[in-house]
Write a protein that binds this ligand. Structure first.
Ligand code: AMP
Length: 109
């Protein structure tokens, strides 16, 4: 069950501020408010999915492609591809997911 009051849902509705990096019809990216790396950007789909499985099993192919293409554009525009970077998806309580709206962390040193 999706919680429409989770913090990323509220960012998507512009109810709370975020430092936005990039936005498409399907995807929003913004800086993590508590960065764990010198570049730490979160990429989220605009539609309400809780987990990785929800996203890949129910989103349209166009949305999924847009999500990963957007991630790649951000990696390259922040020049992370030469030095290297991490992409991280935490899933569920055991996976350390704190915010119940599917998201991907881009982290570069
Ligand atoms: P996760 O543990 O994978 O659910 O990651 C959630 C991330 O959201 C953490 O890295 C938090 O630092 C980040 N976060 C929490 N609140 C906000 C916020 N208001 N704006 C941006 N990032 C946030």
């Amino acid at each position: 069950m999706y919680d429409h009051n989770n913090i990323f849902a509220r960012i998507l509705r512009d109810e709370i501020p975020a430092k936005k990096v990039m936005e498409t019809d399907y995807t929003l990216a913004f800086h993590d408010a508590f960065p764990k790396a010198s570049v730490h950007i979160l990429v989220i789909p605009k539609k309400p999915y809780v987990t990785f499985h929800d996203f890949v099993s129910t989103a349209e192919a166009e949305e999924i492609l847009d999500f990963y293409k957007t991630t790649d554009v951000i990696v390259r525009s922040n020049d992370l591809h030469n030095a290297g970077y991490k992409l991280q998806i935490n899933t569920g309580e055991g996976g350390g997911q704190e915010v119940p709206h599917f998201h991907l962390h881009i982290m570069g040193a």
